[in-house]
Write a protein that binds this ligand. Structure first.
Ligand code: P6P
Length: 334
């Protein structure tokens, strides 16, 4: 039986791999673990708790209905990160702008964090898996001062850590600090995350594709040609491609990383930049995918090389095994 490794032990053991880390990054990652446990507990009993399901009655800056659990999760992650006093600021999908923490200790924080506190939350009421996505950077503003917007508008290739929590049939944390991707499964009877998926790599071959085909009429000709042709092509193993899409990016991406598959959210005629947010959805997932041996592009360039100009800007996204992304890219340039 392989040695049992808790997330806490793993964070400490691998801390030395992050050259400049003085333990703050470890503390930041462990603060996310605490918030995720709290959110997980609420999600798992959402159907039983009064007044936690459904819409909060507000819309976020994206113009999306905020679910009550969106607001709850957002609060828990912000409070948990701020309480550790090791991060100078946070940006969230659920907040109009970034939050610069004001305590002297926070101002001395080296890192900023961007987060989608509860991605796919509209699925909660129908009991479909949802997730939290996070992205961590070293600040560019002087230590000791308040965080500024430039701290949050760095290209994804500057990330020092990224990860996601998936609240599914089991709750997992999957993250990277630039030395590969590792997955941890939560044992609710003990209240700890345990290393269950060491050194995750996406299979080089894949026969799963994940896209909302309801948008087919509004995709570019290249995307439509790709979707038409893969229904005629038979991959090497002789089985047709499989369409799998549950409308929860963390779940779709996690499945495709384990089984081999392409996830995409292309632009459409009305939304040429698609729906997904560059800074706290595309970038962290692209970093994880690259660290797992895959690739992530917007159809023209590497996601991680895009320099953000706005906190909530969107980007088309194609990510998965090199061969599958290369194939669809060959259609996009036609
Ligand atoms: P559509 C959830 O709102 C989300 O941001 C991703 O998790 C998911 O993949 C996508 O949007 C689903 O969007 O337009 O297919 O419903």
């Amino acid at each position: 039986m392989s040695r049992i490794t808790t997330l806490g032990e793993f964070i400490i053991k691998t801390q030395s791999q992050v050259s400049y880390s003085t333990g703050e990054l470890s503390k930041l990652i462990s603060s996310l673990r605490l918030a995720a446990k709290i959110v997980n507990a609420e999600i798992n009993k959402a159907g039983l708790v009064d007044d936690i399901l459904g819409k909060a009655g507000d819309t976020n800056i994206q113009g999306e209905d905020q679910q009550k659990l969106d607001v709850y999760a957002n609060r828990k992650f912000i409070d948990s990160v701020e309480a550790r006093e090791i991060t100078c600021g946070i940006a969230s999908e659920e907040e109009d702008s970034f939050i610069a923490f004001d305590s002297p200790q926070c101002r001395n924080g080296k890192y900023v964090i961007l987060i989608d506190p509860l991605d796919g939350s509209s699925n909660i009421d129908v009991n479909v898996s949802v997730g939290t996505i996070f992205s961590i950077y070293k600040r560019v503003s002087p230590v000791g001062e308040k965080a500024i917007i430039e701290d949050f508008l760095q290209p994804g290739n500057q990330q020092v850590a990224a990860g996601y929590f998936i609240y599914g049939s089991s709750t997992m944390m999957v993250y990277t600090t630039g030395n590969g991707v590792n997955g941890f499964t939560f044992d609710p009877t003990i209240g700890s995350f345990f290393l269950s998926h060491p050194d995750m790599r996406i299979p080089e071959e894949g026969s799963i594709y994940s896209v909302n085909e309801g948008n087919y009429p509004f995709f570019s000709q290249g995307v439509r040609d790709y979707l038409k042709n893969i229904k005629q092509n038979i991959p090497l193993e002789g089985k047709p491609y499989t369409g799998r899409y549950i409308g929860s990016m963390v779940s779709d991406l996690h499945r495709n990383m384990l089984k081999g598959g392409l996830y995409m959210y292309p632009g459409t005629t009305s939304k040429p930049n698609g729906k997904l947010r560059l800074c706290y959805e595309c970038n962290p997932m692209a970093y994880i995918m690259e660290q797992a041996g895959g690739v992530a592009t917007d159809g023209n360039q590497r996601i991680l090389d895009i320099v953000p100009t706005e906190l909530h800007q969107r980007a088309p996204l194609f990510l998965g095994p090199k061969k599958m992304v290369a194939e669809i890219e060959s259609y996009l340039t036609r």
